[in-house]
Ligand binder design. Structure first.
Ligand code: VGL
Ligand code: ZN
Length: 260
């Protein structure tokens, strides 16, 4: 399937077309510059860019779409529930999908309430490095830890739970915050033969970011679906996240780049 990106009256340079292709998250190498004739009879460039058609070796990774990260939840991400319809459409488009679930025991080390005088969003020095303190959230078995009720979870082939060790937080779906303890996901995905991961969910600047970065270090292609994510954005963490994602070779696309 192709998407016609451009058919304006003004002539556009190849560079501008490439820029627009990138803005829309389309792969320039799949794009063709075609001459055409407008109503005014002038030849105009039209960018025809291939939409992404999910393949057998692609897996959609849906990160932490849980009640506590949605409005009304303990660690609500602004507009967090807006990702649900977008992700539901994506789940219908991919042959394979997995979910992650933040899953903390009561009294978890990442909770501000576990530290005398600790305040949410403060940072502390954990044995493994700097750790942000959070409000109590996603406690195992609670409604806050459940997936958003409207999320279509039926076709998920795996649910990865993370953050269950009392002393270690885990943002990434692959590796806990000590950067040593593996969740086992890389091995699972490799054994399943996946090579490209499409990542969506909450929050862009924490669990989505670190999952995508670790996906890259584990040798997977990583594609972050921007409008299927929402951010916490603590002191510039969203901008820092995108910079870091770009540096590690993750792609950033919009969900409408994935064929309907
Ligand atoms: C997350 C903070 C604490 C996330 C999880 O899912 O991004 N953020 N726990
Ligand atoms: Zn957490």
């Amino acid at each position: 399937m192709t998407a016609r990106l451009w058919n304006k009256t003004a002539s556009l340079s190849n560079a501008d077309m490439a820029k627009e292709g990138r803005r829309l998250g389309l792969r320039w190498q799949n794009a063709k510059l075609l001459p055409s004739v407008t109503g005014e009879g002038r030849r105009q460039p039209i960018l025809k860019a291939a939409m992404i058609e999910p393949e057998e070796s692609d897996c959609l990774v849906v990160v932490d779409v849980q009640n506590d990260f949605c409005p009304g939840g303990a660690l609500a991400v602004a507009d967090g529930d807006a990702v649900v319809p977008v992700i539901n459409r994506l789940i219908g488009r991919f042959a394979h999908c997995i979910l992650t679930q933040d899953w903390h025991p009561p009294g978890h080390q990442s909770f501000a309430s576990s530290h005398p005088g600790g305040k949410p969003f403060q940072t502390i020095q954990a044995p493994y490095g700097v750790q942000t303190l959070w409000p109590d959230h996603c406690v195992q078995g609670t409604d806050g830890a459940a997936f958003h009720a409207a999320l279509q979870t039926d076709r998920a082939e795996l649910i990865v739970r993370k953050g269950f060790r009392p002393e270690i937080d885990s943002y990434s779906a692959f590796s806990e915050n000590d950067r040593r303890t593996a969740t086992g996901l890389a091995g699972y995905l490799r054994e399943r033969g996946f090579s490209r991961l499409f990542i969506a969910g909450l929050a862009t600047d924490f669990c989505v970011r670190y999952s995508a970065e670790d996906a890259r270090s584990e040798g997977f292609e990583a594609v972050v679906i921007d409008d299927a994510c929402r951010a916490i954005d603590l002191e510039g963490s969203l901008a820092a996240g995108w910079t870091s994602l770009q540096a590690c070779g993750a792609q950033r696309i919009r969900s409408d780049a994935i064929a309907a």
